[in-house]
Design a protein around this ligand. Structure first.
Ligand SMILES: [Zn+2]
Length: 266
């Protein structure tokens, strides 16, 4: 892979990071109402059932808006299906910038993806060199509004958002975690819970996604919702098992995958 491609892939992966931190940015300051006051941007808009789209005239988004609308509604449907909800009644503002520098200029945050869930707004970078779109930020907006903000730190929200895409880059989440396991990079769940910020997003995000996928698919969404709302300190009351026991089951599942063809550099 060429270095520039690696950088772009890394940017795509790291995009999802900033939008997800609790309370590290001021939600009101990056509300659509605030950012639309920025005179350096000109907007046109379009809409679909759940989403209002904002983008620059003559931009890559403008040229591809029809397919972006179809994909974006699929992401909403995917998230609603995961939480067994039939609809989401609040319109989501999906605001596109053309580049990371433009994203920073608009929101003051250098992130390729940003979920301002309190304002039902998502910011994605979608331009010539970087095209970011996915269910991840839709998960943050919809789940946090319908289930409330989880008291569990990052791994659960990021894992559920990652599971909504069900891939990390081009890789199946469980397959990639088998690769991390084989290369002694997989973190103990206890470490993922306590020190999420201390490790690369290239590990913490797909690992959280894989573990949440396991919890969801083995034990169902009702328990996951309880975990979300009661916090991960209640895991034994909810699952009848400790994190250690659940982790052992998850690792056994990963061992069904063969990661010898995975080429994952970070
Ligand atoms: Zn996220």
């Amino acid at each position: 892979m060429k270095p520039i491609a690696q950088i772009i892939i890394l940017l795509i992966f790291s995009t999802l990071l900033v939008g997800c931190f609790f309370d590290t940015f001021n939600y009101e300051s990056i509300s659509p109402q605030k950012v639309f006051h920025n005179k350096n941007f000109t907007w046109i808009s379009d809409s679909s059932k759940h989403i209002k789209y904002y983008f620059s005239p003559n931009s890559v988004v403008a040229k591809n808006i029809d397919s972006i609308k179809v994909k974006s509604e699929r992401y909403v449907a995917r998230v609603l299906s995961l939480i067994h909800e039939s609809d989401y009644s609040t319109s989501i503002d999906l605001i596109f910038t053309n580049s990371l520098s433009k994203q920073k200029e608009l929101t003051s945050i250098a992130s390729n993806g940003l979920a301002n869930w309190k304002y039902n707004a998502i910011y994605y970078v979608y331009g010539d060199s970087l095209k970011v779109l996915g269910a991840h930020e839709f998960n943050h907006v919809i789940v946090k509004n319908l289930w409330g903000e989880s008291t569990t730190y990052l791994w659960l929200a990021e894992g559920f958002a990652g599971y909504s895409d069900d891939f990390w880059g081009k890789y199946n989440l469980h397959l990639l975690c088998r690769y991390l396991l084989d290369n002694n990079k997989l973190l103990p769940i206890s470490v993922l819970r306590s020190d999420f910020d201390d490790y690369s997003v290239m590990i913490t995000y797909p690992e959280s996604g894989s573990f949440v996928k396991f919890l969801y698919e083995q034990y169902g969404y009702v328990r996951l919702k309880f975990l979300w709302q009661q916090g991960d300190g209640s895991v034994e009351a909810i699952y009848g098992k400790s994190f250690k026991e659940l982790e052992a089951e998850w690792i056994a599942l990963l061992k069904n995958y063969n990661a010898q063809d995975v080429n994952y550099k970070f």
